[in-house]
Design a protein around this ligand. Structure first.
Ligand SMILES: Cc1ncc(COP(=O)(O)OP(=O)(O)O)c(N)n1
Ligand code: TZP
Ligand code: MG
Length: 506
């Protein structure tokens, strides 16, 4: 089942949307796309001339051929032309979800109206969708019109968007991505929304001014499906899909007389194509009337580290801080969990003094107030801490700020704060900390590094030891952060020497 994604959708003879767009988008994210064709539309850049829906027998035979040999990790559904097709596909999805050893995720792009304005489904399909299909859907990706058609809610502002998403969830859909390409607020911007597992995510960027938008919706949902198949969580798939579409719109060109198709340009490697994460206080949040948090100047950023951090030892005692600094480790973090309140402050003070003595960078994990009080070089915070710590105080005290990220959404959220460095992990499984469901692997690291290295020193952490360190370094990451590779080695000085050699003694 490795990275197989099915697209159950209509063929677009013009090559811009439907099955054709789906396969191109899936290919861009490195998954294998299989197809089940529900209609052979006759269309070009000017519009849809005929629909030609496929019979249920023909759909069934395609599904059977795939199911016995190439089961999918993710099934993406696009155009379903009539009630019979909806019922048939729903029956098969129920079966796969109940019987397959690894039940597939289902992403549904409710293609009701083409970008040309032509209707692509029969009128009576909406009730059938609600009854049979929506309860089987993991992620739905409607545009404004489709959301209104399915929920009756007019998307006149963020609260209406939230209400529509809730209605879709009440109809049985697990997660909702509402595409904001046609909203008119804030003017000149494109804002998209995702509701999943009780959380909400808002992304925004300046609208990309092109008439050539054919296939945008199919491509976004296929990109999301492909990323889910690759193991990205939905919030990351949402970001990557959006960046993919932004890049595709920037390169879109005309092929006929009318609306040209989105361009398919491979994995989005340029940070300028990525949307911004919108959260209270950050860019665009005022326009959306998000609650204002403590005053914090997002644009000001944090003090810099003067370059990459090199070997980064994360240790839990001042003894280890000194052992590492004295062996030449340039960056050390004091990370004390279950701290003894009697000794914690003195330990932090000692760690800061040792940093000064050995001219090393000493970061303090979690205890930012004590780090400020004792003039530490910097603090390291997790994503949850970003909402709770007094970032303004850290910024004003001139301390560096390192932030943990576990994926692309968190990376872009951290980017809003302009920290001093970004850490990405866990790269490999580790016994030092419970990172269940958050193992990134080298492939994701190798996408993360070029995106962020222009703006920040980059750090890889989690499960890195002498045997894998050379592979990690090959991704171009500026620093490797380790716990056990140093603290559990038989000879810490030689482990440090070896790790430094892999990093080229940065
Ligand atoms: C360099 C570096 N990267 C990531 C972490 C993890 O920090 P955090 O998410 O705050 O989790 P805890 O370390 O507090 O468990 C780190 N400490 N250092
Ligand atoms: C603190 C932390 N954050 C992400 S992984 C990790 C632990 C890394 O420890 P090790 O290097 O022993 O795998
Ligand atoms: Mg922490």
């Amino acid at each position: 089942m490795a990275d197989v994604v099915w697209s159950i959708a209509g063929s677009d003879s013009g090559g811009g949307a439907g099955i054709q767009a789906d396969i191109k988008a899936m290919h861009s994210f490195g998954v294998h796309g299989c197809t089940v064709i529900t209609a052979l539309t006759a269309q070009n850049s000017l519009g849809v001339e005929a629909l030609n829906s496929t019979s249920t027998e023909v759909i069934e035979s395609q599904l059977q051929a795939l199911a016995i040999d190439m089961p999918a990790r993710v099934i993406k559904i696009g155009m379903l032309a009539n009630v019979q097709q909806i019922q048939l596909v729903a029956e098969h999805l129920s079966h796969y979800k109940a019987k397959w050893v690894e039940p597939p995720l289902v992403v549904y792009d409710p293609v009701a109206i083409a970008s040309s304005g032509d209707r692509l489904t029969e009128e009576d399909t909406i009730d059938a969708l609600k009854t049979y299909l929506l309860p089987l859907i993991d992620v739905i990706t409607p545009n404004t019109q489709e959301t209104q058609l399915l929920t009756g809610v007019y998307l006149i502002g963020p609260d209406a968007v939230r209400e529509a998403a809730q209605k879709l969830q009440q109809l049985g859909v697990q997660s909702v991505v509402i595409k904001g390409g046609h909203w008119d607020y804030p003017k000149g911007y494109c804002v998209d929304y995702c509701a999943s597992q009780g959380q909400e995510y808002w992304l925004g960027n300046e609208a990309i001014n092109t008439p050539h938008t054919h296939g945008t919706g199919c491509s976004l949902s296929s990109a999301i499906a492909a990323c889910l198949a690759k193991g990205y969580p939905l919030k990351d798939a949402f970001i990557l899909g959006k960046a993919y579409v932004n890049k595709g719109l920037s390169y879109a060109q005309r092929f006929g007389e009318g609306i040209g198709p989105l361009a398919h340009t491979g994995f989005p490697e340029d940070i300028n194509d990525y949307p911004q994460v919108i959260e209270a206080g950050s860019w665009l949040a005022d326009e959306l009337d998000f609650e204002q948090p403590i005053p914090f100047n997002f644009a000001a950023g944090f003090a810099d580290t003067g370059g990459e951090l090199g070997l980064y030892a994360v240790v839990d005692s001042v003894d280890w801080v000194e052992k590492c600094l004295s062996a030449g480790v340039p960056t050390v973090q004091l990370r004390v969990k279950n701290a003894d309140p009697e000794t914690l402050e003195a330990d932090i003070q000692t760690a800061v003094t040792l940093g000064n003595k050995y001219q090393g960078r000493v970061f303090i994990n979690d205890y930012w107030q004590l780090a400020i009080k004792h003039g530490a070089y910097g603090v390291h915070l997790g994503q949850e801490d970003l909402s709770e710590a007094n970032l303004q105080a850290i910024q004003e005290a001139g301390l560096r700020l390192g932030v943990s990220t576990h994926g692309f959404y968190e990376m872009l959220r951290a980017h809003n704060y302009r920290p001093s460095y970004l850490a990405f992990g866990a790269i490999y499984p580790t016994t030092t900390k419970d990172m269940t469901g958050q193992i990134q692997g080298l492939e994701k690291l190798s996408h993360f590094v070029p995106l962020m290295a222009e703006h920040y020193p980059t750090v890889a952490i989690g499960g890195i030891d002498l045997s894998v360190a050379p592979d990690v370094v090959k991704t171009g990451v500026g620093s490797i952060a380790v716990v056990r590779a140093i603290t559990e080695s038989n000879d810490h000085a030689s482990a440090i020497e070896q790790l430094q050699a892999y990093l080229g003694n940065r």
